[in-house]
Design a binder for this molecule. Structure first.
Ligand code: SF4
Ligand code: SF4
Length: 310
């Protein structure tokens, strides 16, 4: 039902084989409207994935003589354009080779072929639908944002190419780079105990994607949000996780090369993730989603208690 990709130093990530999801999980679902919605998002997601993978070909057509100076004005305009196509978060940083997967999905092998600079993108998932996790509307919302953010990522990469820069669009549903640590490096937030990027604006309630480019980037300041410190007093996600898959903050595993922490036991998460087509309980229960960053940090103590393992 799922496959595994690996990065330098042993980093691994699982991803869902969508063909099997279609036939085995949703084949007999009675909620036709929701099913139709999900499959329309799946269709758009796969179209977006296929367009994102054509970056290599499109980059050959880039006319570098058109390049403007990548100055403040250039980046302000790019950010404005990104917002106009629905992107909620944008950050800039260099690509860290330790977050590049060694093997990619099927025929898409990009090791040693990722451009040096990264534009990391985020799009909010609707709170009302995520609150219904692990019921289908939460999974449908995740698929919607995979599709929407994927389309926006492809458009933004084209925006850069139209201006003479090379750009590789990496789709939120799967790409050659691990997004949460890249997003943290780009100053978009901090990775919480649940292994998800937690941003000031949406907590853990966003999907991420990335564009790798040869444009020189503006500087991004990395804010100290204090999220990881807060997590130590909370751990609601650890208690609520139906698979017991989230390592508590003092039991995280360091990778052999010391480059990252393992937050989740994928073998325990994935059956639940798959069973509910997205699960998302660890996002739903997080106070940074429920009540928001400002409220949580005002109180500086656990503001909610785990009530369910549904
Ligand atoms: S639920 Fe609590 S411990 Fe888990 S990520 Fe959110 S704040 Fe951190
Ligand atoms: S998605 Fe579900 S099973 Fe996986 S870590 Fe989050 S709560 Fe646990």
């Amino acid at each position: 039902m799922f496959r595994i990709k690996k990065a330098k130093g042993g980093l691994k990530q699982r991803y869902i084989d969508m063909d099997r999801v279609r036939t085995e999980r949703f084949g007999n679902e009675s909620n036709k409207e929701l099913l139709d919605e999900v499959f329309s998002h799946i269709g758009r997601t796969f179209k977006g994935l296929s367009k994102a993978k054509r970056s290599k070909k499109y980059n050959k057509q880039v006319d570098q003589s058109k390049r403007p100076k990548a100055d403040e004005k250039f980046w302000d305009e790019l950010v404005e354009y990104a917002k106009s196509i629905g992107i909620d978060l944008i950050g800039f940083t260099e690509v860290d080779e330790y977050f590049i997967f060694e093997e990619e999905m099927t025929d898409y092998r990009v090791k040693d072929n990722v451009l040096d600079n990264a534009i990391v993108l985020g799009m909010e998932m609707d709170k009302g639908r995520i609150e219904q996790a692990p019921k289908p509307p939460a999974g449908a919302e995740a698929m919607k944002i995979y599709a929407d953010l994927g389309e926006a990522t492809v458009k933004l990469a084209q925006y850069l190419r139209d201006r003479g820069f090379q750009a590789q669009a990496f789709h939120p549903f799967g790409g050659p780079v691990l997004y949460p640590p890249m997003a943290e490096k780009a100053g978009l937030g901090e990775i919480g105990v649940n292994g998800v990027l937690i941003s000031r604006k949406f907590g853990p309630r966003q999907r991420l994607s990335m564009i790798a480019t040869d444009a020189s980037l503006p500087e991004t300041k990395k804010p100290n949000l204090g999220i990881r410190e807060y997590c130590k007093t909370c751990e609601l996600c650890v208690k609520a996780c139906p698979g017991g898959a989230i390592f508590p903050h003092d039991k995280k595993k360091q990778s052999p090369n010391g480059k990252y922490l393992q937050n989740i036991d994928g073998d325990k998460c994935f059956p639940h993730f798959f069973k509910h087509f997205g699960c998302s309980i660890c996002i739903k229960v997080c106070p940074f989603s429920k009540v928001g960053y400002d409220e949580v940090m005002k109180k500086k103590r656990p503001v909610l208690t785990a009530t369910t393992k549904d």
